[in-house]
Design a protein around this ligand. Structure first.
Ligand SMILES: [Zn+2]
Length: 158
């Protein structure tokens, strides 16, 4: 049984999010983050991944990226929160979303997008309204989630 349902987001007022369909225990795998595996060379050369475009790109390793911008990747609907209850986990060429807290039925499932902290960070205001909201979607030193080219501004309310 699926642990989530797709509903209007509480964070992105114009978009959808994933909400817990039942109580989810910390550590539970919630959903796979799927997409097309492409080479870093392909993502470097494809204009689709230019700045300011809505992309869902993960660095998997030195050679490969995962392009999650595909209709069958339900996990792309997960919104960012500075008090995220879930996070992305990666191993090899696989990425999935795991609960990092106990999540109550009905709660929106949120992750830390972990945008790198660079001069572009002000493009990504955060509307999560959690008490520790940084105001912007950034995480310094994110281990492997995407890099300078990862942009998702269109999903965040302006
Ligand atoms: Zn926030």
């Amino acid at each position: 049984m699926k642990l989530y349902r797709i509903k209007k987001s509480n964070i992105d007022k114009n978009g959808k999010g994933l909400h817990a369909k039942k109580n989810i225990k910390k550590g539970t795998k919630i959903i796979d983050y799927v997409g097309n595996i492409i080479t870093r060379k392909q993502s470097d050369e494809n204009p689709k991944f230019d700045n300011k475009k809505p992309i869902y790109l993960f660095n998997l390793n030195n050679r490969y990226d995962l392009d999650g911008d595909v209709s069958w990747n339900t996990a792309r609907l997960i919104n960012h929160s500075c008090s995220n209850n879930s996070d992305y986990v990666g191993k090899g060429l696989k990425v999935w979303v795991k609960a990092i807290k106990d999540i109550k039925k009905g709660e929106e499932i949120t992750c830390d997008y972990g945008f790198s902290y660079d001069s572009d960070y002000k493009q990504f205001p955060c509307k999560c309204r959690s008490s520790n909201c940084a105001g912007y979607i950034v995480r310094e030193g994110s281990r492997w989630r995407i890099n300078k080219k990862f942009k998702k501004i269109n999903r965040i309310n302006k």
